[in-house]
Write a protein that binds this ligand. Structure first.
Ligand code: FPP
Length: 252
C-alpha cells in the first residue's frame, strides 16, 4: 500500500465512491458485555458482521477492503481470548474460503507471519494462493499487524540493502519505503471506518492513512451492516479531499 506520492485513488473522479475502505472492527467485547454474553460471543457475531460487509463491499463499488482482525498489541489480551480470536480466523478461512473464492474475492494478508502457529500460516497461504487470480474484491486481512512494525520492517530492508552496497542511501525516500510495506500494490485507503465510538488509529495503516478520510461510528462492530457502510460512505462523499492542495471547485 501507499507507494505513490499521489494516492492512486485520487485518479478516480468518483469522489463519492471510495475504492479502498479499511475498517477497525471495534466493540465486540462491549457489544457482548451489554448483553451479558461472553466476549467470545461478541467476536463470533463480529465475524457475521464481517461476512455481511464483504458481501456489501463490492455492491457499493469498493475494490479493496482492509480489516483489522488481530493487532500486534492484541497479544496482551488473556490467552483464552487470543485462542478465541485465532479459532475464529481458522474457522473463517475453513468455512468461508470456498464462498469467497466463488464470489471472486482475492484474499491478501498483511502483518507479521513469524511466530504464528504453523497451521495458521498454512491457512493464510492457502487462502492467498487459492484466490490469487480473483479480481472482484481484494479482501486484505490485517492479522498480527501493527503499522509501526510494518514501517520498521520496511526500513530494515532498506537499511540492509544500503549496508550491502545495493542501494544508495540517498535513494531512500517515501516512495522507496512504501514499496517495502506489506501490500505495496494496493492504493492507500480512501476511507477508514472505526466502530464503537473510539476515535484513534491504534497502530492501523498509519503510513497509508496520510490522506484517508476517517469516519467514526458509534455502533459496535457486531451491529455493523450494509446500511451502516452506506452511511459511512455517504459521510465520506460529503468530505472534500485536497491531498495538501487547494479546493478543486473554488481554487481557494
Ligand atoms: C475489537 O473488539 C475487535 C478485535 C480485537 C478483533 C476483531 C475480530 C473480529 C471481528 C473477528 C475475527 C476476524 C476474523 C477475520 C476471523 P474488542 O474486543 O476490542 O471490543 P471492546 O473494545 O468492546 O472490548
Amino acid at each position: 500500500m501507499s507507494n505513490a506520492a499521489v494516492p492512486a485513488s485520487q485518479a478516480s473522479d468518483r469522489t463519492d465512491a471510495p475504492l479502498h475502505v479499511a475498517i477497525i472492527m471495534d466493540g465486540n467485547g462491549r457489544w457482548a458485555a451489554a448483553r451479558g454474553l461472553p466476549r467470545a460471543e461478541g467476536h463470533r457475531r463480529g465475524v457475521e458482521a464481517l461476512r455481511r460487509v464483504v458481501r456489501a463491499a463490492h455492491e457499493l463499488g469498493i475494490h479493496h477492503l482492509t480489516i483489522f482482525s488481530f493487532s500486534s498489541e492484541n497479544w496482551s489480551r488473556p490467552a483464552t481470548e487470543i485462542g478465541d480470536l485465532f479459532g475464529l480466523l481458522r474457522r473463517f478461512i475453513r468455512n468461508d474460503l470456498a464462498t469467497l473464492h466463488r464470489d471472486g474475492v482475492r484474499v491478501r494478508v498483511i502483518g507479521e507471519r513469524a511466530g504464528l502457529d504453523a497451521d495458521i500460516c498454512s491457512l493464510l497461504t492457502e487462502a492467498e494462493e487459492l484466490t490469487r487470480n480473483n479480481t472482484r474484491l481484494n479482501l486484505i486481512v490485517a492479522f498480527n499487524y501493527g503499522s509501526r512494525q510494518e514501517i520498521a520492517r520496511a526500513a530494515q530492508r532498506l537499511a540492509q540493502e544500503a549496508a550491502d552496497g545495493k542501494r544508495d542511501p540517498s535513494s531512500i525516500n517515501a516512495d522507496a519505503l512504501g514499496q517495502y510495506l506489506d501490500a505495496p500494490d494496493i492504493p492507500d485507503p480512501d476511507l477508514i471506518i472505526r466502530t464503537s465510538g473510539e476515535q484513534r488509529l491504534s497502530n492501523f495503516l498509519m503510513w497509508q492513512a496520510a490522506y484517508s478520510e476517517l469516519v467514526f461510528v458509534p455502533m459496535h462492530w457486531p451491529d455493523f451492516d450494509k446500511a451502516a457502510l452506506e452511511s459511512a460512505i455517504a459521510e465520506y462523499a460529503r468530505r472534500e479531499r485536497r491531498f495538501g492542495g487547494l479546493a478543486a471547485k473554488t481554487g481557494s
